[in-house]
Design a protein around this ligand. Sequence first.
Ligand SMILES: Cc1cc2nc3c(=O)[nH]c(=O)nc-3n(C[C@H](O)[C@H](O)[C@H](O)COP(=O)(O)OP(=O)(O)OC[C@H]3O[C@@H](n4cnc5c(N)ncnc54)[C@H](O)[C@@H]3O)c2cc1C
Length: 418
Amino acid sequence: MSDLKPSYDCIVIGGGPAGSTAAALVAEAGHSVLLVERDKMPREHVGESLMPESYWVFERLGVLEQLIASRFSRKVGVQFVNNTGRESQPFFFRSHDPRPCSETWHVDRAEFDKMLFDNAATKGAHVRDGVRVVDILMRGDRAVGVVVHRDGTEHRIASQAVIDASGQQTILANKLGLRRVNPDLKKAAIWRHYRGAERDESGGGVKTIILHTSDKNAWFWYIPQADDLVSVGCVADNDYLLKGRGKPEQTFEEELAKCEGVLQRVAGAEPLDDLRVAKEFSYMTDQSAGDGWVLVGDAWGFIDPVYSSGVYFALQSAWLAADAVSEGLKQGDTSAAQLGKWEPEFKAATNSVRKLVHAFYSGEFRVGKFVTEHPHHHGNLTDLLIGRIFKPGVAMMFDDLDPWLQQQIAESNSRDAV
Ligand SMILES: Cc1cc2nc3c(=O)[nH]c(=O)nc-3n(C[C@H](O)[C@H](O)[C@H](O)COP(=O)(O)OP(=O)(O)OC[C@H]3O[C@@H](n4cnc5c(N)ncnc54)[C@H](O)[C@@H]3O)c2cc1C
């Protein structure tokens, strides 16, 4: 006998940060919600550095106190290290804005995601792990439920609204042919954890450090965590990193050898786990909602890991979509227009991060140099690193950054031509 009901007001696919947030908020609004996750929780996941702006979602979800009491490392800033090994001044969030919402955490994703998953149950959602959605039930263009597999048994479950939070699986976007890989950001990543690597807490907590390799073909993330662990990952073009170079272990070591800043920090540390690999993870979807369905988190799109924006975007899009779904269920309107009404503004706001990502990959975005030459933008850049994408005026930085970057690229090209 199944404990899955034949129908719910809302079904949420995927128990990552987006799915658990959406399920919690729709359930809290008084609707019946089923949240299904294919893996057994807790499950591991990449993406350990959060953006401070997630604070407001945590507050609304009621998990802020749990996070403050947690053993997760406090993230107090971001630092960049260029290909010559030159370190930018750290962007300390609380020097810019002293409020508690300007700090965040480096999390263990298994633990963090489980906390949010359990919270969805506390808020009244019916949550089930080990349940895989294998298809979306459609009546014409309208989503009317899902087909799930659990313990070898198939169940068809109806719903008025389906929230796809299936992450990079993008179930609905794949089914409807809406997923578009970004040809300029065909990246791949190789990463692992170390114990006993360098840990600088001089700013009152740890920083996410972004370091270029000497030839600028790749960059590393350096994310100190609890239990004396550090997550170290290498990101580069998919073809460069994964094609014709042998095993990922070898490639990782070759790139590490070109990144003095990471080499020094992990000297003497113990590499812990097998290397993990992710490839071609940047894409967008052509349509974010339809009648009876809406996409959130990575199922909506994923830009790039460099500024650690993925989890915040997952949480924030889930918040906005959950409110649209709750309102729609109350009014008997689960049209595309209702469920997706939050998305144009959200997408426009995320554009600032998209532009910063492209600046980063231009190879000429020396962050320290830019803010030295344009000190009035230090605040805007710090705001974007915090995640304040909706802050009025924050995107004005690009009025100066865009021409500055063009000039840097032109100067670099003329140097190369000599
Ligand atoms: C290399 C790399 C590094 C990154 N680093 C960072 C970082 O430092 N900071 C940051 O904020 N972000 C980072 N990200 C991005 C971050 O991992 C994601 O943006 C974030 O996890 C998105 O959350 P989500 O809930 O949308 O999806 P997920 O966290 O992926 O959750 C989706 C869930 O859906 C489940 N699911 C999938 N298919 C089904 C199905 N058929 N039925 C049921 N369940 C299903 C999956 O098992 C999964 O648990 C990184 C990403 C990459 C690729």
